[in-house]
Design a protein around this ligand. Structure first.
Ligand code: DQA
Length: 140
């Protein structure tokens, strides 16, 4: 199985960014462990702070991977372009959030991704990504 992880703005700062909300682990360290945990999965990973670059990555992965785990970060709440892109690609997209966005500010309760995503995993810390992998492996 080929799975792609796409991370949006400021997630390159995980480890030091608001650790009370996002934890103290870098995504790179977590990603390494995730790959070790699932040797049967071929992972690819892309992060950008730029909305258009995320759309380019989704268009690229979207026709050659079995599934995409997308944490669009702040663009979740603003980006019509990302939502449209998800509708245009073949691969199912699972929306991922580290924090429980529904327990935070009102503007985080809106998502342009959820209506077009296969599902939504929020609030389990970095483990949200692993739960997403499990759901793809279970064929859900
Ligand atoms: C986030 C939640 C978003 O509201 C926020 O803008 C992020 C991270 C999360 O994973 O909890 O940057 O997507």
């Amino acid at each position: 199985m080929n799975l792609s992880i796409v991370n949006g703005p400021n997630l390159n700062l995980l480890g030091t960014r608001e650790p009370g909300i996002y934890g103290a682990e870098t995504f790179e360290a977590y990603y390494e462990k995730l790959q070790e945990q699932y040797p049967q999965v071929h992972f690819s990973y892309f992060q950008s702070n730029v909305e258009g670059a995320l759309i380019d990555a989704l268009q690229d992965f979207g026709f050659r991977t079995d599934g995409i785990l997308l944490n669009a970060a702040a663009y979740t709440h603003t980006s019509v372009g990302l939502g449209d892109c998800i509708k245009a690609i073949d691969a199912p997209v699972l929306e991922i959030h580290i924090s429980n966005t529904f327990a935070r500010e009102d503007f985080r309760h809106t998502s342009y991704i959820t209506p077009v995503a296969k599902g939504l995993i929020v609030g389990f810390g970095l483990d949200s990504y692993r739960l997403g992998v499990e759901s793809f492996l279970a064929g859900k």
